[in-house]
Design a protein around this ligand. Structure first.
Ligand code: GLN
Length: 285
């Protein structure tokens, strides 16, 4: 196969993905690299003249799945988040760049956390609804002194989080099987959460094949917050923080729920796309 043929192969593939993807050319390149056992960067650096029939066949199968709407991350089996590579499968939500804002804020709050003789030795962090573990693991990775735990109500998701933790922050993440915070012991200086917050209609539009339990937040998307925010009150230590992700149009309600529960110093934060994404509250006592 000549260079033009590979280029043509990609052009053809890219055209065939136009309906299914907003980034057809990128998807085609990433999937061809994966089929050939290369990283995307390696593919670009050594643009191959030829592809073997076996690679071609694997590529064709991947393309077919992608055309049917399977996200690239599920086809590759991993997704990058906060500079780390997370294993993903159909049991977990695919980490979103938007959620990196939760990590950024959490890390900054931990760095600035007032230390006094009464402060515990290491700051305790818990990530609720952890899925692949991406938020908890990124925080543990960025803040090596933090004592980090995470929970999810799905055993299958916890298995993925366990594998990611073992590879990325070995021995540093405790995991709990828990409906929100109900089975999570202890108190924390900081709790993070990216709960399911979409409505049925939004999930239908998303059509990503991700687990409904990781996406559906009840009729208005806010049900998990109505339970999580009051539960967090007793789990947050003196002057600790709750850092939660939500849909762009939900932060007014999330802030109100926090105020009702007794949180103060509530702030809202925008993601790189300019959408409101994260609300932070403090439990001052
Ligand atoms: N951020 C995801 C989306 O909009 C939803 C994630 C969630 O429900 N927690 O696709």
């Amino acid at each position: 196969m000549t260079t033009t043929t590979v280029r043509r192969l990609l052009q053809h593939a890219s055209r065939s993905l136009k309906e299914a993807s907003d980034t057809p050319w990128l998807d085609a390149c990433v999937l061809l690299a994966h089929a050939g056992g290369l990283s995307y960067e390696q593919l670009l650096a050594s643009f191959p003249d030829t592809v073997t029939p076996a690679v071609h066949e694997t590529f064709a199968a991947l393309l077919e799945h992608r055309r049917r709407g399977v996200p690239v991350a599920y086809l590759l089996g991993f997704k990058e988040f906060y500079g780390l590579e997370f294993t993903v499968n159909r049991s977990v939500l695919i980490p979103r760049p938007d959620s990196e804002l939760v990590v950024e804020i959490a890390v900054q709050l931990l760095e600035e956390f007032p230390r006094s003789p009464h402060s515990p030795r290491s700051l305790r962090v818990h990530d609720c609804c952890t899925g692949s573990g991406c938020i908890a693991i990124a925080i543990a990775h960025e803040h090596p002194q933090a004592d980090v735990s995470a929970s999810d109500n799905s055993e299958a998701a916890l298995e993925v989080a366990r594998e990611n933790a073992a590879r990325l922050v070995a021995g540093r993440l405790r995991l709990y099987h828990s409906d929100l915070l109900s089975a999570v012991p202890g108190r924390f200086e900081l709790i993070t959460a990216n709960p399911p917050y979409l409505t049925e209609a939004e999930i239908e539009q998303l059509a990503s094949g991700e687990p409904r339990a990781a996406l559906l937040g009840g009729p208005d998307g806010l049900e998990p917050y109505r339970r999580l925010i009051p539960e967090a009150v007793d789990k947050i230590s003196m002057n600790g923080y709750l850092v939660i992700e939500g849909g762009h149009d939900q932060h007014h309600e999330i802030g109100a729920l926090m105020t009702t529960a007794g949180f103060t110093s509530i702030t809202h934060h925008r993601d790189l796309g300019g959408n409101l994404r994260v609300t932070v509250g403090s439990m001052e006592r």
